[in-house]
Design a protein around this ligand. Structure first.
Ligand SMILES: N=CN[C@@H](CCC(=O)O)C(=O)O
Ligand SMILES: [Zn+2]
Length: 398
């Protein structure tokens, strides 16, 4: 980058802008394109033949590669201690996944220092960035006491502005058999104390976690404290999570693996994004994947996220999510890439990311491939070759 903070990217074989006004289809696809970043935002984007004259940009030639907005990973649990490889191995030999595994991580997280939590999160954020995620949301939720939830949010806030108080993830051991008492403590004390450190409030509305009334109480307390709702729902079986999210105007309801026709209809008529987490279904060997086709065909806004966490989805790979979404959920490569970029931005209610248009954040990736289709066509191959965050190249990962 030059001292004026600008960079000209040339030689873009295909550019996804996510602006239909700029190019073909919903992805706003341009061929033989170029782009100028200045001071962290996109200053110009268009055909290579029409690059504005005279600007003393640093030039970066991507040699015919595909360039996309950086992935927006709108669902992650990155503040935790320990790991659960043994639980995963047991699951792969027949044990079912249950919400109770979360308690293992609660114990490890409570016992970890801030520095340990921070180092673990930093490692995962670096990993995600190298795989193309230039924005990542992060939930607390492995404390389930005020002190550890607060510590978790502080750590998360050092790495992302998208911090979520997952106040009701599972009833912690000291409240066993007293979930209503836990919910009361969350509403009266945890949320008021922790809200200044979070942007979002989240609950796990599921059998074995929190029921509809308990989830609603937590979400309403969060909303009253100035947070915006998002919901974990319909992951392990059908349930009230989707309807609750829609009723409360949640930004997103996440997982949505088990939905009814009424759920899909309600989502389609709402502004709530359905965030699908295919790597969680893959790693828990779920009986099914979300019915993405029904949702898309009904007009639901769909996002894809990696749900990085030590229990159900210990991956930061959005390219893997895209490959699963295409292969297992019958999304087209275009739909999957849109969902992982503009869809993630919609789930975070952001219009400055997930697109490459004038004024948007200069967060972009170049693939070692001529088109975005290769993200699904070449599963498991690390195709993300270059990453720019706020207009600056991200150093290669060691
Ligand atoms: N479903 C709830 N929470 C996490 C899993 C947490 C865990 O098992 O540690 C998820 O999004 O998949
Ligand atoms: Zn989650």
């Amino acid at each position: 980058m030059t001292s004026d903070g600008s960079v000209l990217i040339t030689g873009i074989g295909t550019l996804i802008t996510n602006s239909p006004e700029l190019g073909d289809g919903p992805l706003g696809l341009l061929h033989d394109a170029a782009m100028v970043f200045r001071d962290g935002v996109v200053e110009w984007v268009g055909p290579a033949a029409r690059v504005p004259d005279g600007a003393a940009h640093h030039r970066y030639d991507v040699d015919g590669r595909a360039v996309l907005p950086g992935f927006v990973d709108s669902h992650a649990h990155l503040v935790f201690g320990g790991e659960r490889a043994e639980e995963f191995a047991a699951r792969m030999t027949g044990e079912p996944y249950g919400a109770g595994g979360i308690r293992t991580t609660i114990a490890a997280t409570r016992g970890a220092s801030d520095d340990q939590l921070d180092a673990n999160m930093a490692r995962l954020v670096r990993e995600a960035l190298a795989a193309g995620s230039t924005t990542i949301e992060c939930k607390s939720g492995y404390g389930q006491d005020i002190d550890t939830e607060m510590r978790s949010l502080r750590v998360a806030g050092r790495h992302t502005g998208e911090t979520t108080l997952l106040a009701a993830h599972v009833t912690p051991p000291e409240y066993t058999g007293r979930t209503d008492d836990y919910v009361e403590m969350v509403c009266e004390r945890m949320i008021p104390d922790c809200a200044p450190h979070a942007k979002w409030i989240d609950v796990f509305c599921e059998t074995g976690a929190f029921d509809r009334d308990q989830s609603e109480a937590v979400l309403r307390a969060g909303i009253d404290a100035g947070l915006t709702a998002r919901v974990h729902g319909n992951q392990l079986g059908p349930g009230p999570g989707v309807q609750l999210a829609v009723e409360l105007g949640a930004a997103s309801v996440d997982h949505v693996t088990h939905t009814t026709a009424d759920d899909v209809e309600a989502l389609a008529a709402s502004s709530t994004v359905a965030t699908l987490l295919p790597t969680a279904d893959f790693c828990t060997r779920s009986s099914r994947y979300p019915d993405a086709r029904a949702m898309l065909d009904a007009g639901v806004t769909v996002a894809l996220a990696a749900d990085c966490n030590p229990g159900t989805s210990y991956t930061t790979s959005i390219p893997l999510c895209i490959a699963l979404a295409v292969r297992e959920m019958h999304m087209s490569p275009d739909e999957a890439v849109w969902a992982a970029t503009a869809g993630g931005a919609a789930a975070l209610q952001r219009n400055d990311i997930g697109r490459l248009t004038v004024g948007s954040r200069a967060d972009a990736i170049a693939l070692d491939a001529p088109s975005h289709i290769h993200l699904a066509y070449r599963p498991g191959v690390p195709l993300v070759r270059e990453v720019w965050k706020n207009g600056a190249p991200v150093p290669a990962r060691h």
